[in-house]
Structures are given as structure tokens and as C-alpha cells.
Design a protein around this ligand. Structure first.
Ligand code: CA2
Length: 149
């Protein structure tokens, strides 16, 4: 099984660390990417880290992942609550999918309580700050290790 993992980020996450630190913390997305790569190296995972404000680009990366990746960690941001198209794309991916939210979406507005992506995700992490990405990668690594054993 491929140990390549796509870490995908949805709209506005390029502003991480630059706005609303009381909700999303002080780390930038570049910091998160660096931490994911460092942990990936420890876990024997190769990381492709992407962010887009455009739904179709996220869908295209999921399609690319279908061909070459063993797992996806995804923070779809606001598309979480709106995108059947991202759910449909994830439903074509045959390997572990972990959904990550930096904030605890269940403690926030009602409209953030529903996730289309959770209908496919093998696990959901919310409210652990940016550490959620690292926990997501650890989970993907365990699931890949289990398959190997
Ligand atoms: O908690 C999360 O990770 C979210 O996926 C973040 C999304 C929000 O729509 C989801 O309900 C929960 C928003 C991402 C916006 O990111 C920003 C980061 C810093 C400053 C402004 C926006």
C-alpha cells in the first residue's frame, strides 16, 4: 500500500495564523505543513500538502490521490458543510480518509454541526487545534500498518 498521504485544506485556511487567532491559533498553514512533513518522515509517510479556495481543485487532488495515495487527511473548511461534490469525490477513494477541524465545530454555530464529509470519513478530529492534523496522520499510519500486518 502506498504511504503517500494527501493533506488537503479548504477555503480561507491560507489565512491561518494571520486572522482570528482566538479560534484558529497562531500557527500558519506553512507551519502546519512543515510539522506534517516532519511527522510524516518519522512515520514513514510521504506528504503532499495542498490548500485551495476553489472546490474543483480539491476535487482534482482527491482524484489524483485515487491513483497514487494510501490516505487522505482533509480539512475541507467551509466546504465541509456545503459540498456534496467533495463527498462524492471522497467516496471514490478506497483508502483511509480522516477529517480534521482545528476548532470544535460542535461548540460553534448550528450550521457547522453538519458535515457532508463525515459521511465518508473513517475518523473525525475536531477541536484539537492544528495538532489535529498530526493526530490524523498518526491514524492513517496505524491503519496502513494494520493492513500491512
Ligand atoms: O475548524 C476548522 O478547521 C474549520 O474547518 C475551519 C473553517 C470553518 O468554516 C469550519 O466550520 C471549521 C474556516 C477556515 C477559515 O480559516 C481561517 C483561518 C484563519 C483566519 C481566518 C479563517
Amino acid at each position: 500500500m502506498s504511504r503517500l498521504v494527501f493533506v488537503l485544506n479548504g477555503p480561507n485556511l491560507n489565512l491561518l495564523g494571520k486572522r482570528q487567532p482566538h479560534i484558529y491559533g497562531h500557527e500558519t498553514l506553512a507551519d502546519v505543513a512543515a510539522k506534517c512533513r516532519a511527522l510524516g518522515a518519522e512515520l514513514g509517510l510521504e506528504i503532499r500538502f495542498h490548500q485551495s479556495n476553489r472546490e474543483y481543485e480539491i476535487i482534482d487532488w482527491i482524484h489524483e490521490a485515487r491513483e497514487i495515495a494510501g490516505g487522505i487527511v482533509i480539512n475541507p473548511a467551509a466546504f465541509t458543510h456545503t459540498s456534496v461534490a467533495i463527498l462524492d469525490a471522497l467516496n471514490t477513494f478506497d483508502h483511509p480518509v480522516i477529517e480534521v477541524h482545528i476548532s470544535n465545530v460542535h461548540k460553534r454555530e448550528e450550521f457547522r454541526h453538519h458535515s457532508f464529509v463525515s459521511g465518508r470519513a473513517d475518523g473525525v478530529i475536531a477541536g484539537f487545534g492544528t495538532q489535529g492534523y498530526l493526530l490524523g496522520l498518526r491514524r492513517v499510519a496505524s491503519l496502513l500498518d494494520e493492513k500491512k500486518a
